[in-house]
Write a protein that binds this ligand. Structure first.
Ligand code: MTE
Ligand code: MO
Length: 362
């Protein structure tokens, strides 16, 4: 295990700040992801917060400002548990990097996604205790970690619209898979916003502010935005581009592992699919001829509304070089786009083009 308790075969994109994902095969067939296999995505040094001294301030457009300790959260609100998949907006960026270089952003594979059982309290209950005003439209989150990758350095934060914040699925979580939330995943308390890009699930939460506009924090106003392909991201100001919130439909092959060498013949192909926010996955197709023809995969039933679905199919592979392509459809009949070239954007977010793994069959 490495320093953050992650498995030895994690693909570490950066040590400081710590950014790592598991190999695809480590996620295969597991509805819930063990903590040692769960990707880590950080923009600055991981804070070390004493849980006993930790306080959460709730302020802004509210009737009562609250100052809550962990004991207050436990005593004043009902415990809530949600199984939810987190996906980074940069998941599968490597597919975009193949089209054109993306300076300053790591080439994440398909492993910046994972599922955990989160428990804590509902954000809606904490907001109700503060009494949000009529004019409150957005709920902003503040954290103490500071990113030195931005110039000047920027504290981490973000916001979600009030409508999402009041959903029973949005938690202030202190536990992950039945254990206290590990420091690297935001302990003592983080936000979990199921169905939205991971960036909105703010870790090491210290402040909640009800306001009439989205957060002005760098990671809401400037980063995590899809700019036009010809824009210069170093010149993009606050409010430019498409602000990412609800996740896009996505899927990936998990087994066989990309680049694997295996015997030819009937082979089980498995993977995940996730529709994002309140949509559901309707179908996953797999192709061995680059999308000329497709076989429908068998889709596991969703264990809950906020969770990825695993899928499988058995196909006869090889001999020789084989490319396996996968695409998903959602309940609106939207399908993943074919090519990453159509989606390329300067910061490399939201790649949900057809997933491809390349195999060699003996
Ligand atoms: N919260 C803080 N305070 N600082 C961060 O750098 N990274 C965000 C989000 N919350 C981040 C944060 C991003 S981009 C993602 S994808 C998720 O946390 C990753 O959560 P994880 O590291 O627990 O997998
Ligand atoms: Mo992310």
């Amino acid at each position: 295990m490495n320093v953050w308790g992650k498995r030895d075969d994690m693909v570490v994109h950066e040590r400081e700040p710590f950014n790592a994902e598991p190999p695809r095969i480590a996620l295969a067939g597991l509805p819930e992801t063990p903590v040692d296999t769960f990707y880590g995505r950080n923009h600055g040094p991981v804070p070390d917060i004493d849980a006993a001294a930790w306080r959460l301030r709730v302020d802004g457009l509210v009737e009562r400002v609250l100052e809550l300790s962990l004991d207050d959260l436990r005593a004043r609100f009902h415990a809530a548990e949600v199984v939810a998949t987190l996906e980074c907006a940069g998941n599968r960026r490597a597919g975009l990097t193949e089209v054109r270089d993306i300076p300053g952003e790591a080439a994440w594979g398909a492993g910046a996604i994972a599922t955990a059982r989160w428990s804590g309290v509902r954000l809606a209950d904490v907001l109700a205790a503060a009494g949000p005003a009529q004019q409150a439209r957005h709920i902003a989150f503040a954290a103490p970690d500071v990113s030195r990758l931005a110039d000047p350095p920027q504290p981490y934060g973000g916001s979600i619209p009030v409508g999402k914040a009041l959903g029973p699925e949005v938690l202030l979580a202190w536990s992950m898979n039945g254990r206290p939330l590990p420091r690297v995943h935001g302990g003592p308390v983080r936000v979990v916003v199921p169905g939205w890009i991971g960036a909105r699930s703010v870790k090491w939460l210290t402040g909640i502010t009800a306001q009439d506009q989205p957060s002005g924090n760098y990671f809401q106003a400037t980063a995590y935005r899809v700019l036009p392909a010809d824009a210069d991201p170093s010149k993009a100001g606050p409010g430019e581009g498409i602000s990412l919130g609800p996740l896009a439909l996505n899927c990936a092959v998990l087994s066989p592992e990309d680049g694997a060498c295996l015997p030819s013949g009937p082979t089980e192909i498995t993977g995940y699919a996730l529709a994002g926010d309140d949509r559901t996955v309707a179908r996953v197709d797999v192709s061995l001829d680059g999308g000329g023809s497709w076989v429908q995969a068998e889709l596991d039933e969703a264990p809950g509304p906020w969770v990825w679905q695993h899928w499988r199919t058995r196909l006869t592979l090889g001999p020789g070089a084989v490319e396996v392509t996968a695409r998903a459809w959602d309940c609106t009949a939207a399908a993943m786009p074919e090519s990453p070239a159509q989606l390329w954007n300067p910061k490399g977010y939201a790649n949900n083009s057809w997933d491809r793994v390349r195999l060699t069959c003996r």
